[in-house]
Design a protein around this ligand. Structure first.
Ligand SMILES: Nc1ncnc2c1ncn2[C@@H]1O[C@H](COP(=O)(O)OP(=O)(O)OP(=O)(O)O)[C@@H](O)[C@H]1O
Ligand SMILES: Cc1cn([C@H]2C[C@H](O)[C@@H](COP(=O)(O)O)O2)c(=O)[nH]c1=O
Length: 213
């Protein structure tokens, strides 16, 4: 029988360090000979990158919450069938920056649509494909936002500029998901140095890869 790959997602509030640390993790795993695909949501392929631009464009302040949730789910569907699932089926390790838990935390909790509603539209979008392991980069939203704001060149998108209270609800949402799915979601303290966070994430992922290989 063909060996199935492994699906890892990274989650957390803005500026938690997901991109920085997971890129380093991907490089490390590649050096060790693993076949790794790095990707992100919303985006990762042409159609989903176009949807990303629509969702995150600061001019679209009138976007209604359910429209936003449906656009994320649509981008997720196309990305899954075009890129993520084929790579998993080919035995690769897929590392995806954000996935369904972002929709549950941002649209379900922080926007107040409700987790069950968001689960339902995402079930339609992704069926039974869930991450094997999710790393939750936990950080005080004010610290994450300060990291982002320290970079004058980084453009702030429509979600970045939401209120601090919104981002605090996002974090609460994530922590409640971690309580609900303790087997899948590993919470990492993302306030430490990049090196320390990478070490923690590497330990978690490496132990999982050793179990399945
Ligand atoms: N552990 C860390 N300590 C201090 N600064 C960090 C740490 N990790 C990342 N940073 C810096 O914080 C900023 C945001 O990091 P990064 O883009 O990796 O976060 P992110 O979680 O992917 O953010 P977003 O979800 O908003 O895109 C970058 O300038 C990065 O260099
Ligand atoms: C997948 C997904 C993302 N979001 C939000 C989270 C961020 O504010 C942006 C993506 O920007 P990043 O720089 O790539 O982190 O979109 C969301 O609200 N819901 C989702 O499902």
């Amino acid at each position: 029988m063909q060996k199935r790959g492994y699906f890892i997602t990274s989650e957390g509030p803005e500026g938690a360090g997901k991109t920085t640390v997971m890129n380093l993790l991907g490089d490390k795993l590649k050096e060790e000979g693993y076949d790794v695909v790095m990707t992100r949501e919303p985006g990762g392929i042409m159609i989903s990158e176009k949807i990303r631009n629509i969702i995150l464009d600061n001019e679209h302040i009138m976007m209604e919450s359910r429209t936003e949730a449906l656009l994320y789910a649509a981008a997720r569907r196309q990305h899954l069938v075009e890129k993520v699932q084929p790579a998993i089926d080919a035995g690769k390790i897929v590392i995806c920056d954000r996935f369904i838990d972002s929709s549950l935390a941002y649209q379900g909790f922080a926007r107040g649509i409700g987790v069950q509603e968001i689960l339902a539209i995402n079930k339609f979008a992704i069926g039974d494909t869930m991450p094997d392991k999710t790393i939750l980069f936990d950080i005080e939203p004010s610290v994450g936002l300060a990291r982002i704001n320290a970079h004058k060149n980084r453009e702030k998108n429509r979600l970045d500029v939401e209120s601090l209270m919104f981002h605090e609800k996002v974090r609460e949402g994530y922590l409640s998901l971690a309580d609900q799915y303790p087997e899948r979601i590993e919470v990492i303290d993302a306030s430490c140095s990049v090196e320390t966070v990478l070490e923690e994430v590497y330990k978690v992922i490496k132990s999982q890869l050793e179990i399945i290989r």
